[in-house]
Design a binder for this molecule. Structure first.
Ligand code: G3H
Ligand code: ZN
Length: 283
């Protein structure tokens, strides 16, 4: 099946009052595992490639984007391709050439006025090229190995009035919000501010996106979806599954066991289970 526009999958999720899982792709095995999990669940899914993943691939977007798109096109469910956490305008402008249906422009490291300016420019470009665009206001901590932000740190919670103004000023299609989750958590102990999620939903009128969802317990995720979260980004949980399986294999393997397929197959199977679990939690 051809890639689906992200906008269509988000609209359907919103209408059905459930959320769409967006999983980070780093390797080909990630894309295969996510797609297999979505097929088992007969659920649509987003494959997303972050700017950091592109840096890992020597700064080249095309190889991992085309591989992900090719996996998606052979899937028996609807799959969209999303370019995630983009700060580099040059990378943003490559999205239109590689099958992406959407981008997230991340200006959350900028001050409010600069974030508005840069996001407005990104949104104008994205819309001129038929792409759905997400932006971030407030700071979801834990990016690039930084520790999680304390709940009282500036920006650790998105302000609803500022969010309303930001969405109106930038024209973005969805907003990533800081509501208690943090990137790269390896335990699932985040506590979300559900009252704030409800206020943000009422304030902005566009779908809300949860980042750092690996660290959010199932019950919290389900409650956040019931409260209006529409796109749920998951990355680290797949890496925990991948690395755990590789470690388990290598710890017991003899020194002459050198075929990577022997452990990548377990890594991929473990990621399928993890992705399937998150998809089931999101309904
Ligand atoms: O944009 C990607 C997500 O926010 C992933 O966060 O790795 O903590 O699940 P995570
Ligand atoms: Zn994120």
């Amino acid at each position: 099946m051809p890639l689906k526009p992200t906008a269509d999958l988000i609209a359907a999720a919103r209408a059905g009052r459930h959320a769409l899982a967006a999983f980070n792709v780093i390797t080909l095995e990630h894309a295969e595992a996510i797609t297999a999990a979505a097929e088992t669940a007969q659920a649509p899914v987003i494959l997303q490639i972050s700017e950091n993943a592109v840096k890992f691939h020597h700064g080249r977007l095309a190889p991992i984007a085309r591989a992900s798109a090719a996996v998606a096109e052979t899937a028996g469910v609807d799959v969209a391709l999303h370019l995630d956490h983009v700060e580099d305008p040059d990378l943003l402008r490559q999205a239109a050439d590689h099958g992406f249906g959407s981008v997230m422009f991340d200006g959350s490291h900028l001050d409010y006025a600069a974030n508005v300016r840069a996001t407005r420019e990104a949104a104008d470009w994205a819309h001129a090229h038929g792409l759905w665009i997400e932006a971030e206001l407030g700071k979801v901590g834990g990016k690039d190995g930084e520790p999680p932000l304390s709940a009282h740190a500036p920006g650790a919670r998105t302000d609803p009035d500022e969010a309303r103004e930001f969405v109106a000023a930038t024209g973005v299609d969805a907003l990533a919000v800081a509501v208690g989750s943090s990137h790269a958590m390896t335990d699932r102990s985040a506590v979300l501010d559900h009252e704030l999620i409800a206020r943000l939903g009422e304030a902005v009128g566009v779908p809300l996106v949860l980042h750092g969802s690996s660290g959010v317990p199932d019950g919290e995720l389900a409650r956040a979806v019931a409260g209006g979260l529409v796109k749920v980004n998951i990355g680290t949980a797949l890496n925990i599954a991948f690395t755990g399986a590789v470690r388990a294999y290598l710890e017991q393997a003899p020194a002459d066991a050198v075929d990577p397929r022997k452990y990548l197959v377990s890594a991929r199977e473990n990621m399928v289970k993890t992705a399937a679990h998150f998809i089931s939690v999101l309904g």
